[in-house]
Design a protein around this ligand. Structure first.
Ligand code: GLN
Length: 496
């Protein structure tokens, strides 16, 4: 129950940033229970229009909020004490359904927490639910989810991007101040861009993948959605670091991103790849050019560079990612976990029917492509070639970073597209990731920050950094948000 005293204060709570809420909670201006209830009420009121959540964990959330309030009253404040958060439904959550957007895992309850979930829980967050996503994170529009399409809060006829569409839409509509996502080829940055919020995909290995349902293991990386760069820094610090349960996680020390992001910008050289400007939509191009002018006038050195291989990223990605997915998804056999058919006469039929019934069309397409690319006769022609291309892409980025600190471009070639517009044209859908996939192939960190609008739909600026240069990315993003107010704009659906 919310007391009258707090009602006025609460009205605007959903417009506050994570860092502002941290202060309010610490100074007991609002209790964690009140804040949690406020966001739960907003989800109940608004999410029927967006479909950004698959599961809402009201009871667990209130229970945790009570515990946090008790701690705060005793003077114990953890890094994220009482901050409401939504988890992408790709992260295993102990005792709570983890569907990965698929019928295959419709009723799957994980016996353990993903490391990201565990770390955030230990930092004091209150998880209000699990967000909708493309099935097994395969998609760019959140239209492949078994649980229905997610709508873009800026215009509900449009897609929010994918695969972390629910995590992005819920933050954009202020149903939650922050959420988690995963990015294999753009699934954090593309939906962040299309919904007008911040999304950061760290360096491969910066964040543990343990308990994050695998799509393409050499590309997958967990990250964060918020509305400001500072909030991204706050949350990234909590989820980063070595994990003995993930052998690809890095032992590099985790910097204090929060302090580093607000450091004064000094002589930063940013590279603009010529290839990012070719064939761009006119409005996206002019918005990006305005952004560059602004950064230049505030002291950044601008350098035109070439990334000749960047256009080949999608081709390499659409071989490597399906190849790895075909192997990762072979575990869903109807026996160990996941959907099991009701009408099989023998073991082979059980495998076939369970998988045919449990997976959607896009997942099946990827498994078929991947199995084909890995098969004896075609391995050299496709998989090996794609891996060589991947190396060339990495080399070209490494070369570029010898003369620039960061690389900038638009996150996506255009603003959000209409629901249904690309569902029958997989190639057109895949091409919407043209600016994002290369960084995954090279294992680099990158972020999308709101940089303007086209016909009332948001556009994003992509900031790419060298390995483990998250601080520099966040610093530029923070600085840019001091100069602009795109991140403060709200979609109508979010109310006042
Ligand atoms: N849109 C890309 C795909 O469909 C990337 C997805 C992702 O990053 N998870 O594979």
């Amino acid at each position: 129950m919310v007391t009258i005293k707090y009602q006025k204060l609460l009205i605007n709570m959903h417009n506050k940033t994570v860092s502002e809420l941290q202060e309010d909670l610490k100074n007991k201006k609002v209790s964690s229970v009140e804040l949690t209830q406020h966001f739960l009420d907003r989800i109940k009121k608004i999410d029927s229009e967006l479909n950004s959540f698959i599961t809402i964990t009201e009871d667990e959330a209130i229970k945790k909020a009570k515990l946090i309030d008790k701690e705060i009253s005793k003077g114990t404040v953890r890094a994220l004490s009482g901050i409401p958060i939504a988890q992408k439904d790709i992260f295993c959550t102990k005792g709570i359904k983890t569907t990965c957007g698929s019928k295959m895992l419709e009723n799957f309850i994980s016996p353990y927490d993903a490391t990201v979930v565990q770390k955030l829980n230990e930092s004091g967050v209150v998880v209000v639910g699990k967000t909708n996503m493309d099935e097994f994170a395969m998609g760019s529009s959140n239209e492949t989810s078994y649980f229905g399409d997610v709508k873009n809060p800026w215009h509900t006829d449009y897609v929010p991007g994918g695969s972390s569409g629910g995590s992005a839409a819920s933050v954009a509509a202020r149903l939650i101040p922050c959420s988690t996502g995963t990015d294999t080829g753009g699934s954090i940055r593309q939906p962040a861009s299309l919904t007008g919020i911040c999304g950061i995909k760290p360096t491969y290995g910066r964040v543990s993948r343990y308990g994050m349902i695998a799509f393409a293991s050499s590309l997958d990386q967990a990250g964060i959605f918020t509305r400001t760069a500072k909030d991204c820094a706050i949350l990234l610090k909590e989820i980063s670091g070595y994990d003995s349960k993930d052998s690809t996680s890095s032992r590099m020390e985790v910097p204090d991103y929060v302090n580093e992001c607000s450091r004064k910008l000094e002589s930063l050289t940013v590279g603009i790849p010529k290839e990012f400007m070719q064939g761009l939509d006119g409005d996206v191009k002019s918005t990006f050019e305005d952004t560059i002018k602004l950064l230049e006038s505030s002291g950044c050195k601008i350098k035109n560079i070439n990334l000749k291989t960047s256009r080949l990223g999608v081709s390499a990605y659409q071989v490597v990612a399906p190849a790895e997915c075909s192997s990762n998804l072979s575990r869903y056999d109807g026996i160990r976990f996941g959907h099991r058919t009701n009408n099989a006469e023998n073991i082979e039929e059980l495998y076939k029917k369970s998988r045919s019934e449990g997976f959607g069309d896009e997942v099946k397409r990827r498994i078929l492509i991947g199995t084909y690319a890995l098969s004896a006769g075609y391995y050299d022609a496709y998989y090996l070639k794609a891996q060589k291309l991947r190396q060339l892409i990495s080399n070209e980025f490494a070369e570029a970073f010898s003369s620039v600190d960061l690389i900038l471009g638009p996150t996506t070639p255009d603003s959000a597209f209409k629901l249904g517009e690309k569902t029958n044209d997989p190639i057109a859908m895949y091409l919407s990731d043209v600016f994002t996939v290369s960084t995954n192939l090279a294992g680099l960190p990158a972020m999308s920050v709101p940089m303007g609008f086209k016909n009332n739909l948001p556009l994003g600026l992509q900031i790419i950094g060298n390995h483990f240069d998250e601080s520099k990315i966040l610093q530029l993003a923070y600085h840019y948000q001091q100069l602009t107010d795109w991140h403060t704009m709200k979609p109508d659906i979010s109310g006042e």
